[in-house]
Design a binder for this molecule. Sequence first.
Ligand code: HH2
Length: 280
Amino acid sequence: MRWNARQFEWDLSQRCLIMGIVNVTPDSFSDGGRYLDTEAALTHARRLVDEGADILDIGGESTRPGADPVGVDEECRRVLPAIEALAQEFPQVALSIDTSKAAVARSATEAGAAIINDVTGLKGDPDMAGVAADCGAGLVLMHMQGEPGTMQAAPVYKNAVAEIAAFLECQGRLAVEAGVARECLAFDPGIGFGKGLDHNLQILKRLDAFQCYGQPVLLGVSRKSFIGKLLGEDEIEMRQWPTIALTSHAVEQGVRIVRVHDVLPNVQATRMTQAIVRAT
Ligand code: HH2
């Protein structure tokens, strides 16, 4: 299995990729405000690269329920200086822009981003697939039911796994019709985005269902609130340990890209898991 993103070409049959999170926001659920300043974001990003991140996912708008929407100019003001600096400093690390706005994605790719991470799976902006197609960017299509502001109010599915898989296939087809190469697409079932605890657990149990179209699957479980709900753990940073269990499980189930806040423990855990998977 391969994944391409501009100058990057990965053979994912042998290894998974670690995507480290750099939120340049005042209000992200786990690290909001910590890396809003470009220098702080760069210091954090350098640490994640040091710890073994293959990709840095840079976000300028929080998607947590109830977060304030951000305009294009403000989102660009937050993310572009970090992307420009990181592209210069770490040409070997792929930069990903976490946005649902095509204008932000275009500016970010011009500044050096190789991947567009769209949490709306092309529902947010009709121009998004065209931006990815124009520059050959990797494109992550994530499933979300509803909108960030209200998505956790009362998510309803008849069959969450089947509905999410069908959505991803459909949006993948739209992306290909808009000119995105199949090898550039990755799918993400969107843990915590319009899903209750049971839906998240069903998704985690059936990660194979999202691999049936041949695209690599990306998973973002890091420190998320369903962990807190299940374990009664309110302290967000204490959720890194169960996160490691979940990323190991995900890689064992064939997930190829994991999006995490704590890079080092997840690099180590997923390497161990891959060694076991590959053992003969
Ligand atoms: N989760 C978050 C943001 N972006 N992208 C993908 N593809 N998959 C995810 O699961 C995902 C994502 C939420 O996490 P975080 O960035 O830490 O929080 P916030 O949205 O509050 O900035």
